[in-house]
Write a protein that binds this ligand. Structure first.
Ligand code: ADP
Length: 733
């Protein structure tokens, strides 16, 4: 055996050991590891075929040409597949991925061409030729050499392009893989008898094994990764706890600010003073929204935000969103239009508060970033199954728009785009990230398209459960005709399109003079409805006609007084539900009177337990609104003593966090006291802790309900009505 084959044998042995070690001894092999083993097998096969075709076939079976061709082809094939495979492996490892990406596949095309050239060389003679005189290099053999250089260089570049993410050892390996075989090829080209390529491959693989697949190194790297992950998780937890604590600490003084401002607003004060108070109310509401947003975001971030599904009505939720948006665009030259696709189910089950939050957020942005034009809310739906739908809300505006390069940054937390132009517009950069997080919880998403300078469209899609599908018999509408008197073109068109969607015929009454009421006689339908802009009509000194149903159209902020001479009205912005209710049902009057109902309470005794004196004062003053007897206690121990002395209350409001006995412990003691009263007295938690799971904790502790600080008058009233004995509350309209 010639000395030059000793290298080959040694190389085969080394590579075999590596194949066995990595293939059999190492467990849990991922795709990258399998690729590495494949590379070793190819290298081993290349060394074997090199030796075999050179030593056995060429020398012992020189005359059997086809066998020699085959041997050489196998050798060339495996040898030139190595660089290609090496490139794939090193790219996977440096990019830290476990699959062959689409972009990688296109780089493999030259390798495939090489293989075709090798296996067709007996026809073309391009790579090499074998005849009775032996082996000869072909005229295009250089292609294979260039191919090898190409893949080794590509592997090196791939490593260098990721140098920030990977360690130095990867660069060392790729340089070795490039330099050692290049050196070997150069020598072998010059001295055909020095068979060094196989040895160079084995050396490179051995170095690769020692540096990249070294178990100790891998162990250390894994350890480092685990450490880094734990540190990141810990930091995230600390951030979430900090945000939750901060929100708690801010909520407590906010309770005093909001509560006192509400009380002041209910007092008989000068208009100017009222103006100041309202400013405090609006500012504190805004501050509260920001705190809630931060808190929610910290929950999404920590994967703790949970959906609280309830039964709700889509129309009522939308009405609220529309009112908030209408208030935000007030004073701007913006038309706000709402289009709802026919047949959308109204009775739903889902987390309506969070959908409300997303819509308020996105419509709020539209209002913030639009100065004039139109904001459109489109509500669309798709049926997914018998009781599941996908709701699609599309919010389009004619505002400043977003640059294409900024769109990808929109949903990143704390990021505001186009800050130079938007510097006068406030914001936290959290809204969209939070909204997307919530939409994803509902198996949905938020997408955006925008044209810079022209406007944007945000599309929110979410899954919801349907409780009941609404069915309307639209055939009855052909007995109706509507007459619209509305001077504002945008409003008129919007209303007209809603009427067409309902399937109602309508006539536009251009000028008030046209309303000489003889116009009504011209139409055959028996039911005529007159829709008129209340203010514009009053300005003309006209009154709606007697004898036909008339519906006043009023601005969103118009205060309806008893002296106003209309029974039915639609408050802008219009939506199909409002229009439908005003035209065909008496539901509207119920809704509108809701806020003027009043609860009168008789002989009601309430206990408030809170260690914070300001909060006690706020709650007691808030309760004064209903003329109840409120007693305050500054600790859990104090209320227990009072109860033991025989004092009884209709409701106990209990703070959560208190020194010594906290709200939960105090409740447990009260519930354990002897007597039916103690088991049943309603205990409502007062808490500044608006984070997940507290409600459940209160329930488990025996509390009946909870109120979040800052406590709002309406919510307080709601709880009083719900928990007081019926005979002690009277609701008057
Ligand atoms: P912010 O509280 O700052 O409004 P968001 O996450 O809601 O935070 O929005 C992020 C950024 O996206 C905003 O600062 C703004 O630059 C841009 N943006 C959002 N909505 C619109 C819109 N309708 N038109 C133009 N830009 C928008």
């Amino acid at each position: 055996m010639g000395w030059n084959y000793d290298f080959c044998i040694a190389s085969v042995l080394v590579l075999l050991i590596l194949v066995i070690y990595n293939g059999w001894i190492i467990e849990n092999k991922n795709f990258t590891m399998k690729m590495y083993i494949f590379l070793l097998i190819l290298s081993c096969a290349s060394c074997v075929t090199d030796m075999f075709s050179g030593m056995v076939l060429m020398r012992k079976f020189k005359d059997i040409i086809w066998v020699n061709y085959l041997g050489e082809m196998f050798y060339y094939s495996t040898q030139h597949a190595i660089p290609c495979c090496y490139f794939v492996y090193i790219t996977l490892i440096s990019k830290k991925i476990n699959y062959i990406s689409g972009s990688m596949i296109k780089w493999l095309i030259p390798g495939a061409i090489e293989q075709v050239l090798i296996y067709t060389t007996h026809l073309t003679g391009w790579m090499f030729v074998y005849d009775e005189n032996g082996y000869h290099r072909g005229p295009f053999m250089w292609i294979l050499i260039v191919g090898t250089g190409f893949y080794l260089t590509l592997g090196l570049l791939s490593v260098l392009s990721e140098r920030r993410n990977i360690e130095k050892r990867y660069r060392v390996v790729s340089v070795i893989f490039l330099v050692v075989p290049a050196f070997a090829v150069a020598i072998q080209m010059l001295h055909i008898d020095l068979i060094l390529i196989s040895a160079s491959i084995a050396i490179s693989c051995l170095i690769m094994q020692l540096i990249l697949q070294n178990p100790r190194m891998i162990y250390e790297v894994n350890e480092k990764e685990i450490e880094a992950r734990l540190a990141a998780e810990e930091a995230n937890r600390a951030k979430s706890t900090f945000l939750a604590n901060m929100s708690h600490e801010i909520r407590t003084p906010m309770n005093a600010i909001c509560g006192m401002a509400d009380i002041l607003a209910g007092c008989d004060i000068e208009p100017q003073e009222m103006d100041y108070v309202q400013t405090i109310q609006t500012a504190s509401k805004n501050l509260l929204d920001i705190i809630n947003e931060i808190l929610d975001f910290s929950k999404v971030d920590a994967g703790k935000l949970e959906l609280c599904p309830v039964n709700y009505r889509l129309d009522e939720m939308l009405r609220d969103v529309e009112n908030i948006t209408a208030a935000r665009i007030y004073g701007k030259n913006i038309d706000f239009e709402i289009y709802v696709k026919a047949g959308v189910p109204v009775s739903m089950n889902g987390d309506s508060t969070k959908i409300h939050q997303i819509l308020v957020n996105i419509l709020g942005n539209a209002a913030k970033y639009t100065e004039k034009g139109t904001i459109v809310l489109d509500v669309d739906w798709l049926s997914l199954s018998d009781n599941k739908v996908r709701l699609i809300f599309r919010v389009s505006d004619t505002g400043i728009g977003i640059r294409e390069e900024d769109i990808s940054k929109l949903f990143i937390q704390f990021s505001q785009v186009d800050t130079v132009r938007n510097r006068k517009i406030g914001g936290t950069g959290l809204g969209l990230a939070l909204s997307k997080g919530i939409a994803r919880l509902m198996n949905g998403d938020i997408d955006v398209t925008s044209e810079y300078g022209k406007g944007s469209t945000f599309t929110i899609n979410i899954e919801q459960d349907v409780l009941k599908y609404e069915t309307h018999d639209s055939s009855k509408f052909n007995k109706y005709i509507a007459f619209i008197y509305e001077e504002n073109l945008g409003s008129r068109q919007h209303l007209a399109s809603i009427l067409s969607q309902i399937g109602l015929e309508y006539v536009l009454v251009d000028t008030a003079n046209q309303v000489d009421y003889s116009i009504f006689e011209k139409y055959r339908q028996e039911n005529k409805i007159f829709l008129y802009n209340y203010r514009q009509f009053a300005r003309l000194g006209k009154k709606p006609p007697d004898g036909i149903k008339s519906v006043a159209l009023i601005e969103y902020n118009e205060i309806v007084q008893k002296s106003d001479e209309f029974k039915n009205y639609i408050r802008k912005p219009y939506d199909i539900f409002k229009v439908f209710d005003a035209l065909f049902s008496d539901k509207q009057s119920k809704l509108d009177t809701k806020h003027i109902q009043k609860a009168i309470m008789k002989n009601v005794h309430i206990a408030i337990v809170d260690d914070n004196k300001v909060n006690l004062k706020v709650a007691a003053t808030q309760l004064r609104e209903w003329k109840v007897f409120a007693e305050t206690f500054s600790s859990g121990g104090a209320i227990i003593k009072a109860l033991e002395r025989g004092r009884q209350y209709d409701i106990i409001f209990m703070d959560h966090m208190m020194p010594e006995l906290d709200g939960i412990e105090t409740t447990a003691i009260i519930r354990a006291m002897d007597g039916e009263y103690f088991k049943n007295v309603p205990i409502i938690a007062l808490t500044a802790n608006a984070i997940r799971g507290v409600q459940k904790e209160y329930e488990e502790a025996g509390m009946n309900d909870c109120l979040f600080k800052p406590v709002q008058m309406e919510q307080l009233e709601e709880k009083l009505i719900a928990y007081l004995p019926e005979e002690k509350v009277e609701i008057v309209q």
